[in-house]
Design a protein around this ligand. Structure first.
Ligand code: AMP
Ligand code: MG
Length: 343
């Protein structure tokens, strides 16, 4: 067991020193909390996999403090990547680009590409600058669990496993970064996230959406983002996602939810599930609020008597694509469509 220190936003130097020494630090970002290590130190990066229980073939994202660092770790950077960096960094966008040889195999899991992002959080930007190295960081949860969106979530999963967590407040976006692969003839969305697809397409034109975003992989199928093949974001109780309009999904859940059911719903419907453990994730029309609250809602059922969770699913416009994707993955793609007009 390691003694995990809880640091504040004033402890930039202390966090940077841990990173330089090869240790692990929970870092706040605008998307979710990350589990950071020196991204140029193979032994430090291996510790991330151990602390998370992360599968060995699931690569990490390199976090940099500004776009000028992109060329250090990536080659053949296309004009499109520069435009995206200019428009959206710092921000919730990860770009997949050809890597340079100095990026350790431990970060990319041997792939010839690397994911790079510049996070929009002043504390973490200051820590990366003070450390003077890119920070490799996946989300700071134990593998398979919902991502952490506050320092308390990080401690729940990582206390005793890492040197420190820096408390930078709750995450403003709440879902992970959008991942776009720029190494293909047509850019491809590998993971919907905090930057809406519509915003990407406004800069890039058409973006292909990887099948794994909306559907489960077939047995043996090899995804382009290796992380997509694993169970993700899952609370202990099984989740069923219900798609359709708000009234129809609420009616469906009322019929199906038995004793010890948990419900994730929009604020307008929260009174409609008496006897259930209910978590609202914000108004039906406020996808930003839903993104901020979805992981906390998923986590909150652990340690309660809830044995089955039902979730109202937002439509897929804007941030809805990312919220719906996280719910569907938490459910292992156990999805039912509520018929409109059902009683
Ligand atoms: P996490 O930060 O835990 O959400 O994990 C990082 C995500 O980025 C995972 O889904 C990885 O599969 C994905 N990723 C990282 N590097 C690459 C890469 N070179 N190519 C494709 N996906 C990547
Ligand atoms: Mg993750």
């Amino acid at each position: 067991m390691i003694k995990t220190q809880l640091l504040t936003e004033k402890d930039i130097e202390a966090a940077a020193a841990i990173l330089r020494a090869g240790g692990l630090v929970g870092i706040p970002t605008e998307t979710v909390y990350g589990l950071g290590a020196n991204g140029l130190d193979p032994a430090a990066v291996r510790r991330i996999f151990e602390a998370k229980g992360r599968p060995q073939d699931n690569p990490l994202i390199l976090h940099i403090p500004d776009p000028s660092w992109l060329e250090r770790y990536c080659r053949d950077v296309p004009a499109a990547a520069r435009r995206l960096a200019e428009q959206f960094w710092p921000g919730p966008l990860t770009m997949i680009l050809p890597r340079r040889a100095l990026v350790p195999d431990e970060v990319t899991c041997g792939l010839e590409t690397v994911g790079v992002r510049c996070p929009d959080h002043p504390v973490t930007l200051a820590i990366i600058r003070a450390a003077g190295v890119p920070v490799a960081a996946p989300s700071g949860n134990r593998s398979g669990r919902p991502s952490p969106t506050c320092a308390r979530h990080m401690l729940e999963d990582m206390e005793g496993r890492i040197q420190a967590v820096v408390d930078g407040g709750p995450c403003g976006v709440g879902v992970e970064s959008t991942i776009v692969d720029l190494t293909l003839p047509v850019p491809r969305l590998l993971r919907p996230g905090g930057l809406p697809l519509e915003a990407l397409e406004a800069v890039l034109g058409h973006v292909d959406v990887d099948r794994a975003v909306t559907a489960p992989l077939s047995p043996g199928e090899k995804p382009r983002a290796p992380g997509m093949k694993y169970r993700h974001y899952a609370p202990r109780a099984p989740v069923t996602v219900v798609t359709g309009d708000g009234a129809a999904t609420a009616a469906y859940i009322r019929r199906q939810a038995g004793a010890n059911a948990g419900v994730i719903c929009f604020t307008e419907y929260q009174e409609q599930f008496p006897g259930c453990t209910v978590r609202s994730i914000g108004p039906a029309g406020d996808r930003g609020e839903q993104a901020r609250r979805v992981f906390d809602a998923l986590r909150s059922f652990d340690g309660t008597p809830v044995t089955a969770i039902f979730a109202q699913c937002p439509g897929e416009e804007g941030l809805g694509l990312a919220v719906a994707n996280r719910l569907k993955k938490a459910a292992g793609f156990q999805i039912v469509a509520a018929e409109e007009g059902e009683p």
